[in-house]
Structures are given as C-alpha cells and as structure tokens.
Design a binder for this molecule. Structure first.
Ligand SMILES: Cc1cc2nc3c(=O)[nH]c(=O)nc-3n(C[C@H](O)[C@H](O)[C@H](O)COP(=O)(O)OP(=O)(O)OC[C@H]3O[C@@H](n4cnc5c(N)ncnc54)[C@H](O)[C@@H]3O)c2cc1C
Ligand code: SF4
Ligand code: SF4
Ligand code: SF4
Length: 386
C-alpha cells in the first residue's frame, strides 16, 4: 500500500528538516517561501511513497506530548564562566561555551549556529576550540540546518561524542530523527536555548544589503547583541564595515523584539514550557537580580540552566570547573510560559514586505528614518490611520 508524504501543517512547520533528512530518495528539498523562510517541498516525481516523512512528523508530535507530561527539570542553576574575558565573548553567561568546550576537549564534535559565508545564518560543526568561537553569540534569525542531521547520524555511528545546540524545535527535530533511524543516543547531548521566536532569513539578508549600501562598505563583522558596546541587560547591535565605518544601534533588534518578522509557527510555539525536548535548556537568567540582588551584579552576563535529563546533569557536572554556579529552587520567564505576543500589525507587515521597498518597510516599522518620521507615525496611529 502506498504511504503518502504527509508533512506538518505549514502554520506549524518549524523548518527543522527532520522530514528532509529522513527521506531515503531525497525527494524533499527545503525552499524559501515568499517571507524568506525555508519550508520543505516534496518532489512527487521522486517520492516512492515509503511514509518515512510521515512517521518522523508523528514522532515529533508524540515526543512533545511525552515531554509535556514529564517531570519538571532535575535542577535549575544560575551559572557563568569564571573567566570574565571569555564570558564577555559569549551572549549570556557563556554556559554553552563551557559545555561545548568539554565535548571538544574529549575529542567530540559540537553542532551550533554560526555566521557562514556572506553572514548567512546556518548550523555548522566544530571539532576544535578555534572552530567553536564562531558559534558564540546569538544570531536573531532562523538558522539554516543544512544537512547536519545526517552528519550527526554518521558521527554517532562512528562512535563520536556529539553536542547539538539550537532552538527547542531544532532539538526536537534531531531527537526524532535519531530515534526513527534507531541511532544510539548514548553519546549524544542536546542543548536548547530559551527561544523568543526566529525572524526571517530573507529579511536579515535584505537588512544587511541595505546597511552595506548606506555605509558604502562591505560588512566585516556582525554582532546583533553586543554586550561590550553597552551591557548585558541593554545590549546594542554593532555592524563593522571594511571602510572602517561602524553602525551601532537597535534597528534589527526592533524587528526582532516586535515579533513582526517571526516565523508563523512561533506564534503558537509548542515549546514554551519548562519541560523541553533536550538534555539541558540554557538562556539568559533574566530576573536573577530579584532572586539574588547581591549576585554577580556587573552586567557581564548570567546564564540559566534547566537540567532536563540525567545525561544533561552529567555534562553539566563535567563543565563545573569552568563555571561559577548557584542552584536555584525554580526558574521561569515569559518565554517558558507562553509564545511571544503577536502584534496586530503582523499581517499588514507581511503585505507591506511584498509591496514596499525594504527601506520603506524599515521606515514604517522601525526607528529607521529618524525622529520626524516616528512622530508622524505616532500621530497617524492616534488618528487610527496606521
Ligand atoms: C532567536 C533567539 C531567541 C532567544 N530568545 C531568548 C529569550 O527569550 N530568553 C532567553 O533567556 N534567552 C533567549 N535566547 C538565548 C540567549 O540569547 C543565548 O543565546 C543563550 O543564553 C546562550 O548564551 P551562552 O552565553 O550560553 O552561549 P554562547 O557561548 O554565546 O553561544 C551561543 C549559543 O546560541 C546558539 N545560537 C545562536 N544563534 C542561534 C540561532 N539563530 N538558532 C539556534 N541557535 C542559536 C549557538 O548555537 C550557541 O549554542 C535566544 C536566542 C536566540 C538565538
Ligand atoms: S518535520 Fe520539521 S521541516 Fe518537516 S514539516 Fe515537520 S516541522 Fe517542517
Ligand atoms: S513518502 Fe518517503 S519518499 Fe516520499 S517524500 Fe516522504 S520520505 Fe520521501
Ligand atoms: S519560538 Fe518555538 S517554534 Fe519558534 S523557533 Fe523558537 S522554539 Fe521554534
């Protein structure tokens, strides 16, 4: 009997790539949609109706149901790298860097998100401490998973220890993929980040192009949340061009925090809970100042860790020598409770994205264009015309 290729509903598809990676005849390709996000597309001419993609989709759903009924995390910690210089190179307190360093130093491999060629945001692998550096820092864009699920399968079959880091939906994808392929997960660790939602790679690409044109230089460095230029609580973005000009500001951050440019699935995200499809959940320890006002009060960054599994606990213990650690009785923040709020202009934003130039779009939805435009928009909003 033919088993059809049934994928997740497009409103729920996270772009995790589990279906693409599982397909035995490469009939599924990830293609950009009109909003600049990658979605799977089935080539019916290649499909042999084996049903493998449908099974992995069911595993994803099942996995999440099981997770939500699981016990709460085993431990909660506030943690940060002891070395202040190293801490400043990471986004929060550097917990990912500590965990990843342990894996690399034991001869293992780490998969995480980096800026690739032309600042394309994608997942890549690190086997050395030098290669690990490019994964540090948050890239507030959906990461292109490329073919890393299949690579991880090969690494695990070759007996390597592997750490995968990504959003919870990406961790759910790789966990479901490995289960379906019956690959032993004894040497596999997953570390998810607390996730607010991911903006469109298409928008990010256009944003960088616009800034290169405005600053008449080629981008050399991008940091969407530079702690050093401001502080951990109030970071700013920094773009450095090859003609020695520098942009420091908040433009892309305004799009990110407004939730306008997020992927559709983020508005009903299934992973906004403390029980996650990973071994360790990490994030910014927002609110620590209320629990421990006296603690590490220097704006260099503090991580939070939710230890989800015994395996995660063992990995955390291995990294302890790099970390200052305080155990917390519990921990939460809005992104662990509910999906980020969808602004009422979101539909209009995407309509405008199709019809306006990118510069006009930024003028309309961010502070790009300066104070006069902002005042005009505010007036129009008061008059209910925007
Ligand atoms: C889109 C996004 C939304 C986030 N929202 C929140 C939030 O609401 N609340 C909160 O507490 N924390 C949030 N974070 C997590 C936080 O910003 C830090 O990334 C996290 O605490 C790790 O910091 P670190 O110092 O341990 O890691 P670092 O040493 O700085 O390493 C960065 C880690 O983040 C991963 N990463 C970076 N960009 C991406 C990406 N685009 N997709 C997948 N993985 C990525 C890397 O693979 C690496 O594991 C978000 C991160 C991203 C990327
Ligand atoms: S398995 Fe992942 S990429 Fe494939 S349809 Fe489902 S969410 Fe989308
Ligand atoms: S049914 Fe099988 S061959 Fe067809 S797309 Fe799905 S995994 Fe590929
Ligand atoms: S908000 Fe949820 S669905 Fe969106 S990227 Fe994050 S984990 Fe995935």
């Amino acid at each position: 009997m033919k088993k059809m290729s049934i994928l997740c509903k497009s409103t729920e598809c996270t772009g995790c790539t589990a279906c693409m990676a599982i397909c035995p005849v490469d009939a599924i390709e990830m293609k950009y949609n009109e909003q600049g996000f990658l979605y799977p597309s089935v080539d019916e001419m290649k499909c042999i109706y084996c049903g493998a993609c449908n099974l992995v989709v069911q595993k994803l759903d099942h996995h999440m149901e099981e997770e939500t009924h699981k016990e709460p995390p085993i431990h909660y910690y506030a943690a940060r790298l002891c070395d202040e210089t190293e801490r400043m190179r990471s986004q929060s307190g550097g917990l990912f860097y500590a965990l990843a360093s342990m894996i690399i130093q034991s001869g293992g491999l780490v998969y995480g998100c980096a800026y690739l060629e032309n600042f394309h945001v994608g997942h890549t692998v690190a086997a050395t401490m030098e290669e690990l550096q490019k994964m540090r820092g948050s890239k507030y864009v959906q990461s292109d998973m490329r073919n890393c699920y299949r690579q991880i399968e090969q690494n695990l079959k070759a007996g390597k220890e592997v750490l995968f880091s990504g959003t919870p939906c990406q961790c759910a994808g790789i966990e479901a993929y490995l289960e379906q392929k019956r690959v032993s997960k004894d040497k596999f660790y997953s570390c998810d980040i607390i996730c607010h939602g991911v903006p469109s790679p298409g928008i990010f690409e256009q944003y960088l192009k616009l800034m290169e044109a405005k600053y008449q230089g080629k981008l050399e460095r991008v940091n969407l949340r530079d702690k050093a230029a401001a502080s951990w609580h109030n970071p700013i973005e920094k773009l450095v061009f090859d003609n020695n000009t520098v942009y420091q500001g908040t433009l892309f951050g305004e799009l990110f925090y407004s939730n306008l440019a997020q992927r559709m699935c983020c508005q009903t995200c299934k992973y906004t809970t403390i029980n996650r499809p990973s071994d360790i959940t990490i994030g910014d320890c927002w609110g620590i100042e209320k629990i421990h006002p006296e603690l590490w009060n220097d704006e260099t960054g503090i991580s939070v860790a939710l230890i989800q599994t015994k395996k995660g606990e063992k990995l955390f213990e291995r990294a302890m020598s790099y970390l200052d650690v305080i155990e917390l009785p519990s921990y939460t923040q809005p992104q662990l409770e509910n999906p980020a709020v969808v602004p009422k202009q979101k539909e209009r934003f995407w309509r405008d994205y199709q019809k306006l130039s990118f510069e006009c779009l930024l003028k309309k939805y961010t502070s790009y264009g300066g104070i006069r435009l902002k005042i005009k928009r505010k007036l129009l909003r008061i008059m209910n015309k925007w």
